[in-house]
Write a protein that binds this ligand. Sequence first.
Ligand SMILES: Cc1cc2nc3c(=O)[nH]c(=O)nc-3n(C[C@H](O)[C@H](O)[C@H](O)COP(=O)(O)O)c2cc1C
Length: 383
Amino acid sequence: MRQGPAAAQHTQRPPSAAPADFARDRDWSRAELDRLWARGREFLGVEHAIMGGAMTWVSERRLVAAISDAGGFGVIASGSMSPDLLDAEITATAALTRRPFGVNLITMHPQLLELIDVCAAHRIGHVVLAGGLPGAAAIQRIRAGGGRAVCFAPALVIARKLVRMSVDAIVIEGSEAGGHIGPVSTAVLAQEVLPHVTEVPVFVAGGIGRGEAILSYLEMGAAGVQLGTRFVCAYESVAHPRFKQAFIRASARDAVPSVQLDARFPVIPVRGLANPATERFRAVQREVIDRFNRGELSQKEAQLEIEHFWAGALRRAVIEGDIEGGSLMAGQSVGLVSREQSTAEIIAELLDQALSAIAGREGRRRGAAAVLSASPGRLDAAG
Ligand SMILES: Cc1cc2nc3c(=O)[nH]c(=O)nc-3n(C[C@H](O)[C@H](O)[C@H](O)COP(=O)(O)O)c2cc1C
């Protein structure tokens, strides 16, 4: 077990516990946690089965390397990168960490197969396909190149379909997450998918901000977890200080899905912090729909105008710090982000919370067992 100084700093010892007992309990709890996420650790080749959810503009070399160095699994967000840019980003990330990391590719990228080849050339072990159901060709190309294909399943039927398509692991991401979201909450998706999909490891994402939540999904059968929002305010994240401040100030209820005004003009739901841009998006939709109703725009033109609204908006917010006019993608767990911290500290804190929860439960179990063995007649009397 590797525990850095940051982990020790977070460790809370119950006042009554003697140091030797405490150390023994901690080792026991860690062994239990390792048992619970063994499949995820083995699959990713890491110490802690915590994936850093790829976040466009945020998940670049520094944050990715920091998450992997802290024992998690960093994932580069390739967004709209060209194959050359991705090649350079992977090279730069590999120069910062010797630990494994993955790459997230967007399925509708016009050069998807070339991007997969770039990953194969770098021997990237895990490629995450996001942004829609991937085609069989992409999955096969990843596997033929020696990588493992990880895909998102927004429902049990899709998880089953992906298993039939030979994916190596699945991420289920609930609507609490930041960025593009589906309609179903993490808690419900987990109940729908985890008991039934055992062929491949399943990672749970969306709304996870503390170690107790990690533990509960592992106990439900998850192989590991994926967190995005919690890492945005890491020191190693390149997000603009104003973007980070917006996260630190926000509470869970500020992270809301984008609003669609008219079923004829679908808006892909994106969860982010409400700001003047989200208000303007409503106004723009209203105006475009009026122009369509007056016959001034075709349906296609109107749809394009609506979709164009957010073009470049995430970059403006994350990189330039335009928190009024940009897109502040964030999950509901933003309410649990209270300060800037090192990535190692964030991961140590999550671990500590999970370990304390295990130790607390074991303590209660031992207490109950002691009471029962001290007065064996109690149960008979009660019965
Ligand atoms: C700012 C931001 C950008 C994101 N960009 C991407 C992306 O490019 N690709 C992707 O698959 N997921 C993206 N996500 C989702 C994350 O990878 C991750 O699954 C999600 O944040 C997990 O939920 P959480 O935010 O509640 O931790 C993004 C999330 C945020 C907050």
